[in-house]
Design a protein around this ligand. Structure first.
Ligand code: PGA
Length: 254
């Protein structure tokens, strides 16, 4: 894949100083990241510091979530408008950990995606099936429904860009590889679901479909060798600068 998108999801894994140290190390290594678009998503509390560290490098700043209103009495929530002021361009939305632990609904995810786009930012809408859903043969229908629920009725303007991340829930954090043929199939299913909502031209030019779930330095080039996979969303392998740089190297390998 030419210029793959690589999103580092630091989750709630790092203490403030650890996040700062990691950002500094990633910055140092980033001279070797040419040929990839790399986005770091620290916790909200580290956005300002990490943003300063990576300023004027090719690295971009992302967030792990946001609220669906721009402003108001919403205790504890973070507006994408505020994130934007910190330099955030990309926002992960509807991660399965939030769908499960915080009972985020498809309606919430839809409202978040809509607001993020309306502010000229890029949502990364996460979709994926559980192990049981897969065993019951429901995978494709679940994925189609998640894509439709998140994006139905949303209009993409010419300058907008959108990312859909396919993350099988049973692979996240497991260290397991996913069969690249299966990923390719699911990416085709996602593309077809997107064609229900947007024109082919919009999907082909403005939407990236990426893969996440135990991506590591060994499996990344295999996943990205499929033309339907435009990038990767990385958890575990992004929490150590050496491992993360090895993933980036594997992703940009000719
Ligand atoms: P993982 O996490 O790389 O640790 O599987 C991916 C994710 O949750 O986005």
């Amino acid at each position: 894949m030419k210029n793959p998108l690589i999103i580092a999801n630091w989750k709630m894994k790092l203490a403030p100083q650890e996040a700062i140290d990691l950002a500094k190390k990633v910055k140092k290594a980033s001279t070797k990241y040419k040929g990839a678009e790399v986005v770091l998503c620290p916790s909200f509390t580290e956005l300002a510091e990490v943003g300063k560290i990576i300023d004027a490098t090719g690295l971009k700043l992302g967030a792990q979530d946001c609220f669906w209103e721009e402003q108001g009495a919403f205790t504890g929530e973070i507006s994408p408008k505020i994130l934007q002021e910190y330099g955030v361009e990309t926002v992960i939305i509807g991660h399965s950990e939030r769908r499960t632990s915080l009972l985020e609904t498809s309606q919430m995810i839809h409202k978040k995606a809509r607001l993020v786009l309306s502010l000229g930012m890029r949502p990364v809408v996460c979709v994926g099936e559980s192990f049981d859903e897969r065993q019951e043969g429901l995978k494709d229908s679940i994925i189609i429904r998640q894509v439709h629920d998140a994006l139905n009725g949303i209009w993409l303007n010419k300058m907008d860009s959108l990312v859909v991340a396919y993350e099988p829930i049973w692979v996240i954090g497991s260290g397991q590889d996913c069969d690249p043929e299966e990923i390719e199939h699911t990416h085709q299913v996602i593309r077809q679901a997107l064609y229900d909502l947007f024109t082919e031209q919009v999907v082909d030019e403005q939407v990236k479909i990426i893969y996440g779930g135990s991506v590591d330095p060994e499996n990344v080039s295999n996943y990205l060798s499929h033309a339907t996979v435009h990038g990767v969303l990385i958890g575990t392998a992004s929490w150590d600068a050496t491992t993360f740089s090895a993933v980036v190297a594997g992703a940009i390998k000719p």
